[in-house]
Design a protein around this ligand. Structure first.
Ligand code: 13P
Ligand code: SF4
Length: 300
């Protein structure tokens, strides 16, 4: 392990490369990264970075967003197959049909989506700014929200707006937690607060003390000591690693995103050596998708 880490550090300097890691990545990958964060933090950062080579440890839609926002950098996704099943739950063709059924509606697209779907949308959002994005839409406009029905349902609940959601979901957050987990952990840790990601089923977020993005959870733990966390386990594992003295618990041990776990430290080294897999987004689609992403960044 130490040899791999040393070699990564050497190659990073030699190639003037930067490593970005999402909060769900394995602890060892997060440890070697120059920057960690949630989808929004990493997207904003990628737009600003001045580096010829960016190794993006996460899933494809995140690396695509970085490549779109920073065309001057070569963006590498270490494991080609690392995708997001929720992003595959709506195609551009399906979105065009959805729009045709609701003419005049504003299309809000969660960043966990393909570039083709972003290109067909009016504005993107992440879990940390979804509410602000919805609130920026004139009250007389109807809203279509794709692909996540749970995040869409949560922002509808928070904003009081009528939102028509696509029936997509994140398998990890949808099936990773249950009413039994809730009951068991609430009874075991009655003085702990429950933090839930808005991708969870409404059963979970309705019973949570706070609903927030992974970046929000990282900030919350800077000032709090006793929590139960309902999101992909990589974040909770990293927080336990960061704060061994705090009482931090997974709501369920089975909430693991297999795609996020495909990238291991060996893959980071290999990506630095071979510069595979280079993320290239076709120019026309990139320009349209960029418009939706930049509209989101303007209102933050
Ligand atoms: P965050 O933007 O909260 O990091 O969420 C990304 C994600 O993929 C959640 O499943
Ligand atoms: Fe996609 Fe869910 Fe994995 Fe996030 S945790 S990358 S939404 S499958």
């Amino acid at each position: 392990m130490q040899e791999i880490i040393q070699e990564i550090k050497r190659l990073k300097i030699e190639k003037n490369a930067l490593i970005l890691a999402h909060n769900y990545q394995a602890v060892a990958v997060q440890e070697i990264a120059d920057y960690r964060g949630d989808s929004l933090q990493l997207a904003m950062l990628s737009a600003e970075l001045d580096a010829p080579l960016i190794i993006f440890c996460g899933v494809r839609f995140m690396a695509e967003t970085a490549a779109i926002l920073n065309p001057a950098s070569k963006v590498i996704l270490p494991v080609e197959e690392a995708g997001c099943p929720m992003a595959e739950m709506i195609t551009a063709e399906q979105l065009r049909e959805f729009k045709a059924q609701h003419p005049g509606a504003v299309v809000v697209c969660y960043v966990n989506s393909t570039v083709e779907v972003k290109a067909e949308s009016n504005i993107c959002c992440t879990s940390s700014n979804a509410l602000k994005v919805i609130e920026s839409i004139p009250a007389d406009k109807s809203i279509l929200f794709v692909p996540d029905r749970n995040l869409g349902g949560w922002v509808a609940h928070k904003s009081g707006r009528k939102i028509i959601t696509w029936n997509g979901y994140c398998p990890t957050h949808q099936w990773g937690f249950s009413a039994q987990n809730l009951k068991k952990m609430r009874e075991k840790y009655p003085d702990h607060e429950l933090l839930a990601h808005p991708e969870c089923d409404p059963l979970i977020w309705q019973n949570a003390d706070h609903v927030m993005s992974t970046g929000g959870m990282v900030r919350y733990l800077e000032k709090h000591d006793k929590v139960i966390i309902a999101t992909e386990n990589g974040l909770t594992d990293y927080l336990i690693h960061l704060y061994p003295e705090k009482s931090i618990h997974h709501l369920s041990p089975t909430a693991v995103c297999q795609n996020m776990k495909l990238t291991q430290i060996e893959d980071v080294l290999s990506a630095l050596k071979t510069e595979d897999y280079h993320i290239v987004v076709e120019a026309d689609i990139a320009a349209k998708a960029r418009h939706s992403i930049e509209r989101m960044l303007e209102i933050i």
